[in-house]
Each structure stands twice: as C-alpha cells, then as structure tokens.
Design a protein around this ligand. Structure first.
Ligand code: IPE
Ligand code: IPE
Ligand code: MG
Length: 263
C-alpha cells in the first residue's frame, strides 16, 4: 500500500481543518540546487498546485488558500515576474475547466488592479463560472499583502461612515472582518509553509490570529500529497485552546461532539 493510502486511513474525518492556507515557498531554491533557472522551479511548483488542489477536494477540505504572489514579489526581476504571470495565465487556461467540472469554486484575492487586463479577465471568467460550485473553495492570493488588505478595509469603512451608510459605533471585530477580501471565508485552521522559513511574509495577517502553523523543510516543488496529509494529521493532534485552559476545552468538546477530540 502506498504511503498516501496508509496516511489516508490515519486521517480523522470528523476533525478535518475547514480551511487550510499554504505559503508555497522554495521554488527558486529547488531550481538552484539543480542548476536550473528560477522559472523552472515555478513551473514545477505549478504542477504541485494541481495535485494538492485535487487532494484537498478529494478529502473534503472546504477552503484551500494558496499564496501565489505577494505585492512585494513585484520587486523581483522583470523576467521572473513575467514568467510567473504567464504561468498563472496558463494554469487558469488549462485547469479552469477542470476545476469547474470537479465542483471547485475559485476565488482570487489581492490587488487585482495591478494585474494585466487579460489575466484579470481570465480570473473573472473562471471565478464567475465556478461561483456556485459547492465542493472545495480554492482561494488564490495574487498580488496580495495582508497589510494592504487591512488598509483597504479601513478605507472602505471610513467611506461608509462618511456617506452615512455605516454607524461608527457598530464597528467591532466581526464587522471589520466583513470588509476584508475573505469576508465570507472562515479563518484558516492550519497554515502550512514550505521551505523551512519561519515567517508569515505578509499573508492573511488578520485571519491567522489563532491558526495552527506547520512549517516543513520540503521545498514547494517537492511537496507531496502524502506530506499534505501528514500536515493535517499533525494538526489533528494539537490542542487549540483559544486562550482557555485545557480542561475547559475538553468540557466544551464533550458538550458539542459527545467526546473529547484528541482521544
Ligand atoms: C515561491 O518560491 C514562489 C513565489 C514567491 C512566487 P520562491 O520563488 O520564493 O523560492 P525561493 O524562496 O527563492 O526558494
Ligand atoms: C512568500 O514567499 C510569498 C509567496 C509564497 C507567494 P517569499 O519568498 O516572497 O517570502 P520571503 O521574501 O522569503 O519572506
Ligand atoms: Mg521564497
């Protein structure tokens, strides 16, 4: 039996993370180790995206967010940026119909105005055509920055207060959340970062307040379906306390599930 099927048996289907976010990092180092151009690393990385999306849908993950390109990544050499945009274009062209056919809904978050009109058009098309798909929702963060998202939310709130459509006394966390790109998406339960870097690099700063972090040495182009399952199984062993004591947590789990989750 393959490692993947073994791991699949160990997965607790009652306790799947609703939302998994991934910082897909290490394409450049993967290529460098092989004396290839960085673009080759990105090409290989985009193939990994395809089978991780399939795996997430297969096991019933509700939301999979993928950090594909940050606002800061615009500062990379022009050839690399162009190649990344081209790859994204190609991914949506070749995979768009497959995603739709497989019941996957695509959402893209970020500063989409900075993208070329052609890429924007393609994104809008796939997002629109998949909007009623019930299965897994794939959120691609493109030209994304967590700080930018928060500042944009603040600007919109100010606009609504000034126009009189929002009363400033009702501003609270839940309302603020409603102004983010991810307004209708639950916060990530698990954040995976490949390539061993122990940082967030401006990803979903607001949303990851209580997210469990999983950092692996594996470079993104080497990330496998089996390692994806390992990250979820590791997540399932953790005790998420949200500021409470461990005992309080067990009482709460028995109340809602009838049993403590980690036993
Ligand atoms: C992640 O791989 C892809 C993007 C950020 C677009 P990198 O290109 O950052 O790879 P490393 O970190 O240089 O190895
Ligand atoms: C984070 O990776 C952004 C994406 C994976 C898209 P970077 O490679 O840009 O992050 P830093 O620069 O190492 O923090
Ligand atoms: Mg990197």
């Amino acid at each position: 039996m393959s490692e993947y099927s073994e791991l699949l048996k160990r997965l607790d289907r009652r306790d799947l993370p609703q939302h998994i976010a991934i910082i897909m990092d290490g394409n450049g180092r993967w290529a460098k180790k092989r004396h290839l151009t960085r673009v080759k690393g990105h090409e290989r990385g985009s193939k990994v995206v395809k089978y991780i999306v399939e795996t997430a849908a297969e096991i019933g993950i509700k939301v999979l967010s993928l950090y594909a390109f940050s606002k800061e990544n615009w500062n990379r050499p022009k050839e690399e940026v162009d190649a990344l945009m081209q790859l994204l274009h190609r991914y949506l062209l070749t995979e768009g119909n497959n995603l739709i056919k497989n019941g996957i809904r695509l959402t893209v978050i970020g500063d989409l105005n900075s993208l070329s009109p052609k890429l924007r058009e393609l994104i809008t098309d796939v997002c629109e055509r998949s909007r009623n798909n019930p299965k897994t929702r794939v959120v691609i963060a493109l030209s994304y920055s967590g700080r930018y998202e928060i500042v944009e939310a603040v600007k919109s709130i100010i606009k609504d207060v000034q126009s009189g459509s929002l009363d400033s006394s009702v501003i609270d966390e839940q309302m603020f959340n409603g102004y983010l790109f991810t307004k209708d998406i639950p916060d990530p339960d698990l954040l995976i970062r490949t390539s061993a870097e122990k940082r967030i690099s401006n990803f979903m700063l607001w949303q990851i307040a209580y997210t469990e972090l999983y950092i692996t040495k594996t470079l993104w182009p080497d990330f496998t379906k089996a390692e994806f399952l390992k990250a979820i199984i590791n997540f399932q062993k953790r005790e998420r306390r949200f500021g409470m004591t461990g005992d309080q947590l067990i009482t709460q789990q028995i109340k809602s599930h009838g049993y403590p989750l980690n036993e």
